[in-house]
Ligand binder design. Structure first.
Ligand code: 2RA
Length: 339
């Protein structure tokens, strides 16, 4: 099977290649695609070298699957062109997520909505994926009424330049100058991120919410197939690299039992329970980095009102939050003869 990775040189693209190497999608030919300036360069994949090609050359090869992480504009322009030659596109940008004609998929939750007719499939936002992995099983059992989520998001969610800014600021604070090699890291954020927290992920949009917060408020309902609950969000960027963390308050229509909540989550595929505060056991981004699971802990009743739960969710935003979820969609398509 021919698989194209569009945006192969970006942070998510690099993780996509790593995840594809680790898993067992039957790839006979990898087609790495990147910007014109990277065309001709090589990428290593499963101990072989593959040459980066242009978008049009990749389309001409007619890959069975193209996994995109190249921004919304590129996806809007080129995903349909791949689809026209029969390729199934799995897109990690926000371009198609809320399009009513496109599926928005977390395989553990709603892969069953996929059909042979789906030629452009949207991969949800990273902070959405880890949230719904926990909300969905609890919604099925207790019927969610309202969710309040605050995120603490890794700089890797913004990209390599943001990681460089953070590391440059750290180095500058230690020795008065930055040793970051290559082009001097431009200021990605409006303020210093080191020793700081920015309540500003992506751009400000409607009603003084950021686009990140709007994604968090809309995408879960589409994935879970349930718009009967309310959800509000505050998204914060923090000087962390390993993954996104989320503090979540969930009010249910029905009463719950804490031990049963823990049992449900511990038995949810893709979710790992880390919840024993007597042993200082709880999820942290430093320890989720490089892993595919969604880690949940700090599970406790909200003592301020009935039928309400507090919990803490952490996941590597480049893996389950992006690359791994996209590859899992591809695996589902192959396993169910949809590609
Ligand atoms: C972020 N979720 O963390 C967005 C895009 N990856 O910046």
């Amino acid at each position: 099977m021919k698989v194209a990775v569009v945006g192969a040189t970006g942070m998510v693209g690099q993780v996509m290649l790593k995840v594809l190497e680790e898993r067992n999608l039957p790839i006979t030919e990898l087609i790495p695609v990147a910007s014109e300036r990277s065309v001709g360069n090589k990428v290593k994949f499963k101990d072989k070298e593959f040459t980066i090609v242009s978008m049009n050359d990749a389309i001409a090869v007619k890959p069975e699957i193209a996994i995109f992480s190249a921004g919304g504009g590129t996806s809007l322009e080129f995903a349909p062109k791949f689809a026209e030659v029969g390729t199934v596109v799995i897109d990690n940008s926000s371009a198609w997520r809320m399009d009513p004609a496109k599926k928005l998929v977390v395989p553990e939750i709603n892969a069953n909505v996929l059909t042979k007719e789906d030629k452009i499939i949207a991969n949800p936002n990273c902070s959405t994926i880890q949230l719904v992995m926990v909300l969905h099983p609890l919604n099925q059992k207790y019927d969610i009424k309202r969710v309040i989520v605050s995120t603490y998001q890794s700089v890797t969610g913004t990209g390599k330049a943001a990681v460089d800014q953070l590391n440059s600021e750290i180095e500058y604070s230690v020795n008065g100058e930055s040793q970051i090699k290559g082009e001097s890291p431009e200021k990605v954020y409006p303020y210093q991120i080191f020793k700081n927290a920015l309540p500003h992920c992506d751009i400000f949009a409607d009603d003084d919410y950021t686009k990140e917060e709007i994604k968090l408020m809309k995408e879960p309902k589409k994935i879970m197939g349930d718009d009967t609950f309310n959800l509000t969000a505050t998204a914060v960027r923090v000087p962390v690299q390993g993954g996104h963390s989320e503090s979540v308050n969930i009010e249910f229509e029905n009463e719950f039992d804490l031990e049963e909540v823990r049992k449900i989550l511990s038995e949810t595929p893709g979710v790992v329970l880390q919840d024993n505060v007597k042993n200082n056991e709880y999820p942290m981004p430093l320890y989720s980095e490089g892993k595919d699971e969604v880690f949940v802990g700090r599970i406790r009743r909200d003592l301020s009102q009935p039928k309400t739960l507090n919990l803490w969710i952490v996941a590597d935003n480049l893996r389950k939050g992006a690359a791994t979820n996209a590859v899992q969609i591809a695996e589902y398509l192959v396993a169910n003869n949809l590609v």
